[in-house]
Design a binder for this molecule. Structure first.
Ligand code: C5P
Length: 299
């Protein structure tokens, strides 16, 4: 028997970051959106616990973390322990989400692994338990389960769906080389030693979302990790300017980067921006709409 689960990439429409906590994490007020770039994970019955990864053409296979440390296998072992069953099964992941790109690719795979393991083994784990296990694996993994558009607080793991009347068009430009999330957060600490304890509120962004107006949403986009990400990778600033010159309403670093996402007015606008960026020499330019569903079984 086998089962396939699809999980989406995320972007942060608002990412307010507060002063680092004693446990090393940062308090967040964030709004996540799941967009139509996804990984598919297939789990097949097997005696051992194994993982194979296939990547889309735009992803460097060497960038994918391997071995027993991989978040997919950690997710399977965590859920198996929770359920009191042995951890076994053959996982196969087909990756389209940029790796170490600030789009929660690893988190999507972990969320897909939890759902696949639960369904294939018929564990019937309550949603709240799955969300709690997801939070133990990583701050944005609960969102990868929930999908859609949602506000995240705490360290990002406490997730509540929010009203989103739009169907938004995005162009995403990954970088050839990823950025480490902890490194970007540490650089935030260096640049913003005076960061407030309470992160910048997501309320203005929520109002823009509820309007369904791309121009309003563009104005409200906010990411406190953009400055440290651009300081580490100055070319990201040029990329944002270029995409905006090619017609995007607004460009922004996605999460901790280095992927840059552009909000566009319409499908045509996204197509034009993508063509312009490809013409400017960017080899990988992806187009997606959001919001889309969280981790779910494919029929
Ligand atoms: O929770 P997750 O494992 O995804 O976090 C990866 C790293 O990102 C953490 O070890 C921490 O350095 C940083 N982080 C943070 N504050 C958050 C979330 C993540 O500092 N709210």
């Amino acid at each position: 028997m086998s089962i396939t689960v699809r999980a989406a990439a995320k972007i942060n429409l608002h990412l307010g970051v507060g002063r680092v906590r004693e446990d090393g994490f940062h308090p967040l007020d964030t709004v996540y959106q799941a967009i139509g770039i996804h990984d598919d994970l297939t789990l097949t019955d097997a005696a051992d616990l194994t993982l194979r990864t296939q990547v889309a053409d735009h992803i460097d296979p060497a960038a994918v973390p391997e071995g027993s440390d991989n978040i997919v296998l950690r997710a399977a072992r965590l859920l198996a322990d929770h359920a009191g069953v042995g951890a076994a099964g053959a996982f196969e992941v087909r990756k389209d989400i940029p790796v170490a790109g600030g789009m929660a690719g690893g988190s999507a795979d972990a969320a897909a692994a939890l759902v696949a393991y639960d369904r294939l083994r018929d564990l019937r784990t309550p949603d709240e338990d799955l969300l709690a296990l997801a939070a133990r694996l990583g701050s944005d993994i609960p969102f990868s389960l929930v999908g859609g558009t949602a506000r995240g607080v705490g360290r990002g793991e406490v997730v509540t769906p929010v009203e989103d009347l739009g169907s938004w068009w995005w162009v995403a430009v990954p970088s050839a080389e990823g950025l480490s999330t902890p490194v970007v957060y540490r650089h935030f600490d260096e640049l913003r030693p005076d960061a407030p304890e309470v992160p910048a509120s997501a309320e203005p962004l929520l109002a823009a979302l509820a309007s369904g107006e791309p121009v309003r949403l563009a104005r409200a986009l906010h990411n406190d990790l953009q400055e440290p990400a651009i300081d580490l990778r100055p070319e990201l600033g040029d990329l944002i300017a270029r995409g905006e010159a090619e017609g995007a309403l607004r460009g922004m670093v996605s999460g901790s980067g280095p992927t840059v996402v552009f909000l566009c007015e319409s499908a045509d606008g996204a197509h034009e921006t993508a063509l312009g960026l490809a013409g400017a020499g960017h080899e990988v330019v992806l187009t997606a709409t959001g919001p889309v569903a969280g981790a779910h079984v494919l029929a």
